[in-house]
Design a protein around this ligand. Structure first.
Ligand SMILES: Nc1ncnc2c1ncn2[C@@H]1O[C@H](COP(=O)(O)OP(=O)(O)OP(=O)(O)O)[C@@H](O)[C@H]1O
Length: 313
């Protein structure tokens, strides 16, 4: 049963269209990703879901409720992580949790929450003394302190180092394991690929695809690429004749061989058999970045996202 239903959501700020037309449903118990480049309309979409903004068109239902009309009830049942630090510097971790807990009728056990989020030893630490990762975990704890049915996590790992990011991913999985439906807003492809059961790819205010990560990858094909620079003469025709190989290309010193999964093993054993030494070996698998490029015609991370206004003018 869907816990969130968004139908033809349209939202503008003055005459600036932030969300042109977005529809998706989120099923109970899943990690649902809202993925897209900066300015795509992700935050505006989830703010409409939380009832923080009123849609200019379309319909949003959350747990069967209207998030604007039934805002008080929706706030009780949907936990939202604060996007930026909105806590006084001197407030201690435990005090912040006590304060937020008082807003909810279903109250989480704070000690359990602190232990679960790896913050037990920071319980008496003032907010401004926390590291970036600890602040991030506290904001997640505050989203969970009312035992929500849905947690909305927006740009959870922005600004974290790779280890902090991986720890946060484990945390998101633990939240889902507690039975909480998670909506994860992100512009990191790797994060979406690793965590999400399904995701909506949003670009300039519109949904360009809704699928599982593997479904999105299947749309771009399953071509793997093996790159290397041979140090000995290489018979490229013989390499191309291997059943696992669909193409061989040379660019300067570098040879690129394409083929389905398994092509890299076939190439490496062919090179070993022919006693061809090489450097600079790199294997590339299709990623959600490739899926995004194929859906929108441009990479997610680079370039300034075109706004709807620019596109329609
Ligand atoms: N309060 C506002 N007033 C005017 N324009 C806004 C406002 N908030 C967002 N926008 C604009 O609406 C568009 C969508 O913004 P939104 O924050 O929803 O996108 P996003 O995908 O969440 O981006 P980011 O990843 O950068 O947060 C952007 O062009 C943004 O500049």
């Amino acid at each position: 049963m869907p816990v969130i239903e968004v139908e033809h959501l349209h939202k503008r700020y003055g005459d600036k269209v932030a969300v042109e037309d977005v529809s998706f449903t989120v099923e109970q118990g899943e990690i649902f990703g809202v993925l897209g480049p900066n300015g795509a309309g992700k935050t505006t979409t989830v703010e409409c879901v939380q009832g923080l903004r009123r849609a200019d068109g379309g319909q949003v239902r959350v747990l069967g409720l209207d998030p604007v009309r039934d805002r008080t009830e929706v706030r009780q049942r949907v936990g939202a992580q604060l996007q930026e630090s909105q806590l006084p510097d001197k407030l201690r971790v435990r005090e912040a949790l006590d304060l937020y807990r008082s807003f909810y009728r279903n109250k989480a056990d704070i000690d359990e929450l602190l232990a679960d989020l790896g913050l037990a030893s920071q319980r008496d630490t003032a907010f401004h003394k926390l590291s970036g990762g600890q602040k991030q975990r506290l904001s997640v704890a505050l989203a969970l302190v009312g035992r929500p049915e849905i947690a909305i996590l927006d740009e959870l790992t922005t600004g974290l180092d790779p280890q902090g990011r991986r720890d946060t991913w484990d945390l998101v999985e633990r939240i889902r394991d507690r039975g909480v439906t998670v909506v994860l807003v992100t512009h990191f492809m790797e994060e979406a690929e690793r965590l999400c059961d399904r995701l909506a790819v949003i670009d300039v205010g519109r949904v360009v695809a809704i699928d599982t990560p593997s479904g999105l990858l299947a749309r771009v094909g399953s071509e793997h690429r093996v790159h290397f620079s041979p140090l000995d003469p290489l018979d490229e025709v013989a390499l191309d004749a291997l059943p696992e190989v669909t193409g061989v290309r040379r660019s300067g010193d570098e040879v690129t061989v394409t083929g389905p999964e398994g092509v890299s093993q076939a190439v490496l054993s062919a090179l070993a058999d022919r006693k061809v030494r090489y450097t600079g070996l790199r294997v590339e698998q299709p990623t959600l970045d490739d899926a995004f490029v194929s859906l929108t015609g441009r990479p997610v991370r680079t370039g300034t996202p075109q706004t709807i206004d620019e596109r329609s003018s």
